[in-house]
Design a protein around this ligand. Structure first.
Ligand SMILES: Cc1cc2nc3c(=O)[nH]c(=O)nc-3n(C[C@H](O)[C@H](O)[C@H](O)COP(=O)(O)OP(=O)(O)OC[C@H]3O[C@@H](n4cnc5c(N)ncnc54)[C@H](O)[C@@H]3O)c2cc1C
Ligand SMILES: NC(=O)c1ccc[n+]([C@@H]2O[C@H](COP(=O)([O-])OP(=O)(O)OC[C@H]3O[C@@H](n4cnc5c(N)ncnc54)[C@H](OP(=O)(O)O)[C@@H]3O)[C@@H](O)[C@H]2O)c1
Length: 417
């Protein structure tokens, strides 16, 4: 059958003086009429807050019928951070009224710093309301993407997380939504896997393990550890916290906005959590303008602290003094060793500031023992520091992630076209 190209070449040949091979290879006229619409094919890696938002936005920014999207998600369920992190005490430390998509406020948060499961529910509810799930291909890991410049497409190598089979797909546009805090890591400590008790990482909590009346070791002083300790302290017989570095524990972010809801009932700088009353929630629901103003107030209060990150600024100096005093007050008298270790010599903001509810109070509880310094190695029975073995039944590594900006899959360019 003669194609459009054949017809075109005949016309060019009949003119004679024009090169019949024009336009030269590798250009190929498509076998279709001019400007025939074609769908743009988009692939996203990850169905956390980013991937879910991508689907929502594409539906609103692009014309219906002109695009298609697949969100490849390695887990059996979506939600990312809030699906994976289920350790005791997991919560946001940015006030929850801010921890939503800006265009989808949630007047129903139960707590000012919402707990992980409620945040996961927010994303589940959002995905359901906006039909985002239909774009997701779960249990499917992006292993490699390969740019083919001749075709103008990304070839994508995928792996089924259940069968481990691999296959390929392609897209014109590839969006990486795999999160900076998704690849958790074991600490590099000699003998870690020699430990004979229960060993777990904060990002892969083992809910089968019972902490009641057990001796527990927790490694780390980061944002995760400070949320876990107050919870374990309440149930374990003893908790040993292995602290290699100091950390700033701050008053709550957004505390002033909250004071208007507390109506002066609580004045302690260190009490960060607040349970919204039914009256608060009703007002947020009934009066979106008021709710927006409340959210703006929190945002302004947080943004104004930006100067804290400027070395030598008044805000940095004043904040350093304020939070050091507040940490001392919360730790209380007779804790010179802890105070000397935990209050950093550097300014707040050099490392993430954690507004940790109950952390300092837990650290000075009778059943908690801070252990300072580098870990020598891990034995069958526990952790060895400065030659002293600390025996334990359970070891929790709150040792963080690999927050590299490098994608967690291979990126190749087979041709630039
Ligand atoms: C414990 C914890 C508390 C936090 N609290 C706050 C907070 O209070 N405020 C704040 O602003 N931020 C907080 N964060 C940061 C949080 O990660 C972000 O706010 C947000 O959830 C990131 O969403 P995301 O979709 O970009 O990434 P993620 O939520 O990490 O989602 C990435 C998704 O990509 C998937 N994925 C990864 N690799 C692949 C692959 N190769 N193929 C296919 N899928 C893949 C993952 O399974 C995951 O579902 C917190 C993080 C942690 C870990
Ligand atoms: N918003 C929230 O409420 C919240 C909660 C949790 C997490 N997060 C997010 O998640 C990020 C990661 O937090 P994270 O606490 O999980 O990780 P992190 O901040 O990286 O802290 C890891 C901790 O483990 C310690 N550690 C690592 N390897 C060790 C080793 N070999 N020996 C001894 N100690 C070791 C680190 O000590 P060193 O400091 O000495 O390296 C550090 O104290 C945060 O920055 C934050 O963005 C947020």
């Amino acid at each position: 059958m003669r194609t459009v190209k054949d017809e075109a070449l005949d016309v060019l040949a009949s003119i004679g003086s024009i090169e019949t091979e024009y336009p030269p290879a590798p250009y190929r006229p498509l076998d279709q009429y001019h400007s025939k619409p074609s769908k743009i094919r988009v692939a996203g890696a990850g169905a956390g807050a980013t991937g879910i938002c991508l689907a929502y936005k594409l539906e609103r920014l692009l014309d219906p019928g002109t695009w298609e999207l697949t969100l490849f998600e390695k887990n059996q369920h979506f939600g990312g951070t809030w699906f994976e992190n289920t350790y005791p005490g997991v919560a946001c430390d940015i006030p929850a009224p801010m921890y939503t998509y800006s265009f989808d406020p949630n007047p129903n948060w139960s707590h000012y710093f919402a707990y992980g499961s409620e945040i996961q529910n927010y994303f589940e509810d959002f995905a359901k309301r906006h039909g985002v799930q239909k774009y997701m291909k779960l249990n499917t890991k992006v292993v490699e993407i390969n740019w083919d410049g001749n075709q103008g497409i990304w070839n994508i190598v995928l792996q089924d997380q259940v069968t481990k089979e691999t296959w390929s797909d392609w897209a014109h546009v590839f969006v990486n939504g795999t999160g900076l805090l998704n690849t958790w890591k074991w600490p590099e400590i000699n003998g870690l896997f020699n430990f004979k008790g229960s060993l777990m990482h904060s990002a892969k909590w083992n809910h089968e393990v019972d902490f009641a009346n057990k001796t527990v070791g927790v490694i780390g002083t980061g944002s995760t550890s400070v949320q876990i300790l107050p919870q374990l302290q309440k149930i374990a017989k003893q908790v040993k916290v292995f602290m290699r570095s100091p950390t700033w524990i701050s008053p709550p972010f957004g505390g002033t906005a909250l004071a208007t809801l507390r109506k002066g009932a609580e004045v302690s700088l260190s009490t960060r959590q607040y349970k919204f009353t039914e009256e608060d929630k009703q007002r947020f629901r009934d009066d979106p303008e008021y709710f927006l103003e409340f959210r703006r107030e929190i945002e302004a209060e947080i943004n104004i602290m930006f100067e804290m990150y400027m070395q030598g600024s008044d805000v940095s100096k004043n904040f350093k003094k304020l939070i050091a005093e507040e940490m001392k007050r919360r730790i209380g008298p007779g804790q010179e060793k802890l105070l000397d270790f935990i209050i950093p010599k550097w300014s707040p903001g050099c490392r993430r500031v954690s507004p940790a509810d109950g952390y300092l109070e837990a650290l000075v509880s009778p059943n908690v023992e801070p252990v300072y310094g580098e870990i020598d190695y891990i034995s069958k029975k526990g952790i060895v520091v400065d030659g002293q073995e600390h025996e334990m039944d359970i070891l929790v590594c709150a040792t963080g992630f690999q927050p590299a900006f490098k994608p967690p899959f291979k990126v190749c360019y087979s041709s630039f076209g």
